[in-house]
Design a protein around this ligand. Sequence first.
Ligand SMILES: Nc1ncnc2c1ncn2[C@@H]1O[C@H](COP(=O)(O)OP(=O)(O)OP(=O)(O)O)[C@@H](O)[C@H]1O
Length: 378
Amino acid sequence: MDKLLTFPGQSDMTLSIRAKAMLFHDPRSSELLQQVERIARSDATTLIVGETGTGKELIARHIHTQSGRRGPFVAVNCGAFSESLIDAELFGHEAGAFTGATQARSGWFEAANGGTLFLDEIGDLSPALQVKLLRVLQERQVVRLGARQPIPLNVRLVAATNVDLHKAIAADRFRSDLYYRLGVATINLPPLCERTGDILPLARHFIEVYGGKLNLHHVTLSSEAKMALLSYGWPGNIRELENVIHFALIVCRDNLIQAEDLKLTGLAHRSQQQPVRQPAAATASSAAIDADGFQQQLSALVNSMIESDQPDLFDRMEAGLVRTAFEVCNRNQVQTARALGISRNILRTHLKRFGLIGFDGGSGDLSASTGRGEALQH
Ligand SMILES: Nc1ncnc2c1ncn2[C@@H]1O[C@H](COP(=O)(O)OP(=O)(O)OP(=O)(O)O)[C@@H](O)[C@H]1O
């Protein structure tokens, strides 16, 4: 079951994102959501860690709405300002505190009083500002630039980062004492390629959202388009998926999104530079499964390949392999493999290795262990 969460009237939120709703389908995401909601009810300072576009800001908003705090949600991107500007913006200033400060101004901490302050890209804060932030967190009060009098605060702080703060600490770019203060509760958001069960539900969600805006109704994805979505690496995560679907809606015809409408030609695999992750379990049951279940298994298989210790293997196989596997198993279009120039041996060896397809060595046939596939005749 999809879990679709909508955000309440956002007039009390400083908005920088487009989303009005959040969707969770993959079991890993549903579990994460439960963890987020438990954390939200506490007042703990929270650190959200995840790659770009994984939904850190949406999670921060959800923490705010679930926390019962009545004050505003204020989102600030620490990477978007110069050091002097963010100093004044965060902590506020008195008149005459610096050249051009003609009037006193409250900062974001004060603006978020009674609510939640979301500091995005926290890893970009300069060492001097890290010290100031630490002090505010310890003392729960803020002193404006040029002032002496502290102002008491009742702000819940949620910070986010897409950089590895452990490495930043090791390189002396981030204070470990601040890290421990920030991460009283830590939420690790997995990249989209590790929660593949979310891909198709999210794609359908974005089709509905952007289809509505474009006055397109009942748009669907072709089987090949679904496979392309499932086998892609999504380096830009959900934000990238959202943009891909938006664009596909603009160019698709007859209310059907084809694989080529997705413009995923670069097929961004997870490269060796990406942090090494544990291979996802890719097991295929011999029982008959429905099309979505099959696609999810296939997608888990693809992820295993991507994350396997043999990245060149995946490069050689390319998306064609996945498409071929899908065709062979699901549609029995046996010519596809040859048309794509995929070596039968590569198919045989690696699909067998991941347990999706059984190989009958005697006859030389490939057949799907799902029971759907037929012989691949060359
Ligand atoms: N669970 C979700 N359901 C629906 N849309 C989502 C979900 N998560 C993220 N999005 C969409 O993905 C986009 C990126 O989300 P968000 O800005 O929260 O990511 P982020 O991790 O904070 O990115 P960055 O690190 O680049 O700031 C948003 O526009 C939002 O619409």
